[in-house]
Design a protein. Sequence first.
Length: 320
Amino acid sequence: ILASSGLLLMIEKGILAEVKPPPLQPAGGERSRRGGGGQEAPGELEAEVLRDIRNRTIRAVCGQPAMPRSVWELPAGQRRTVLRHLLVSDKYRFLYCYVPKVACSNWKRILKVLDGALESVDVKLKMDHKSDLVFLGDMRPEEISYRLKNYYKFIFVRNPMERLLSAYRNKFGEIKEYQQKYGVEIVRRYRKNGGNSAGDDVTFSEFLRYLLDEEAERMNEHWMPIYNLCQPCAVRYDFIGSYERLNADANHVLEQVRSPSFVRFPERQPWYKPVTAETLHYYLCNTQRRLIKELLPKYILDFSLFAYPLPNITSEFCRQ
């Protein structure tokens, strides 16, 4: 609440407008040995500019007096959440804050390959999200502080509404455990005469109403705001990759941590059903605008810090 209010106040006072524009010709990095050399890839300049805007916005917001400067300034519950989501590779000296529904399963595969627990990222095994992974929260305070100060730190982000829709379709359309644990309660709470539901028919509007009534810090990790999961003010990330440029940004990270050249980001699984622009358009335009507008403040830092536009739910857009 404090962070969201602070950001809205900054917007009102024009503080974000003080962020200097990015250079027209951003400095290019090294050519990736995974992606080849030569000319800049299409869209590379735009991606650099967007990344620069994102970094400048984060510096402006996180530089405000009320924002945390380290994980030790966070309340215990918030600190526990972020430390539980920071995965450690001591061999390659990096920390990765995993965000569900932003390719985190593939990153966990890479971590297991780098640490020798898996032979290849292509091994056809169901992902165990706990075993053979090292969590920063399991370490002693001095070990945590050392790694936060000295290791390369990165996260991957995604359009907040697209991430929510992906979580909704996956968890309530396919996963019985989520249907029983959350779906039954959501239907009971928001639907008249919904007591007999098995939780497998939750509507997107009912899901959003549930999110509106939930405290962000108590949410399930699959729909908790990225800001709450990874605390980008308390943890100064060296790189913020995006789902929209997943392969290129993943290759950049692998280059930065000097991983072996045979380690590559996994290809998308053939069974994966991506959230397309058309799919997002359909769900947003068939949901009450009031509901979406009321939900936005809960995710405003994800939109603002990571440079995502607010969802277009105008009548003109929805007629298209």
